[in-house]
Design a protein around this ligand. Structure first.
Ligand code: SF4
Length: 200
């Protein structure tokens, strides 16, 4: 049965991606967290954001964060949006470390695929992640670019110049244009996943 074989390949792939690498001083969970904090938007770079992304408890996410902070890979600031939580940001040391990401070759291989295939693959995986977890369904992460919560306002300023503003209806905050492509844990895909039935 092909579906079973695909499922087994996905399992094999995920195990391989998460495998610990000999001589690497960061565990796969720490790498996962570093990549997340490097790619996530300001609303998601929190303890809860990491816990949701990794599908772990807040306690497990907290341990990973503390360790990365102790080792100088993450810094903590008070959130401007929520006084009770902190925003976590990667440091210069982490930036340098991420240049030598052990999964870089996998990401490069995906990048070599035709953009349409990349989109199809992304949509299929997004649909599969959304089906995990039974009643407590998981939400796949994504970015503002195809999120139902993004509101685009076009304002005509003086001299007929058009100014474009972006606003998130979920968090009730403006979003900077440079942040539209960042990961968000509150993301919800705009279109239903039609890729699951595509035969391209
Ligand atoms: S528009 Fe969607 S992806 Fe963007 S910040 Fe809001 S919830 Fe997140």
């Amino acid at each position: 049965m092909l579906a079973l074989e695909i499922g087994e390949l996905l399992l094999q792939l995920s195990r391989g991606l998460l495998a610990e690498r000999e001589g690497d001083r960061l565990t796969s969970a720490q790498w996962l967290a570093l990549r997340f904090f490097a790619r996530a938007n300001v609303f998601s770079r929190t303890l809860s954001g990491l816990a949701a992304y990794q599908a772990t408890t807040r306690g497990t996410a907290s341990q990973t964060i503390k360790l990365l902070e102790r080792r100088g890979y993450l810094k903590r600031e008070k959130s401007l949006y929520d006084g009770r939580s902190s925003i976590l940001t990667i440091t210069d040391k982490a930036q340098k470390r991420l240049v030598a990401d052990p999964l870089a070759s996998v990401f490069n291989d995906i990048d070599q695929l035709d953009p349409k295939k990349q989109e199809l693959l992304r949509n299929i995986l997004r649909g599969l992640v959304g089906q995990l977890g039974g009643d407590d369904r998981r939400q796949a992460v994504g970015s503002c670019r195809d999120c139902i919560f993004l509101l685009i306002r076009r304002l005509t300023a003086q001299g007929n110049n058009v100014q474009v503003n972006f606003f998130c209806k979920c968090v009730g905050m403006p979003v900077k244009e440079c942040e539209l492509g960042l990961l968000c844990t509150s993301f919800q895909a705009r279109a239903a996943i039609s890729a699951m039935s595509s035969d391209e």
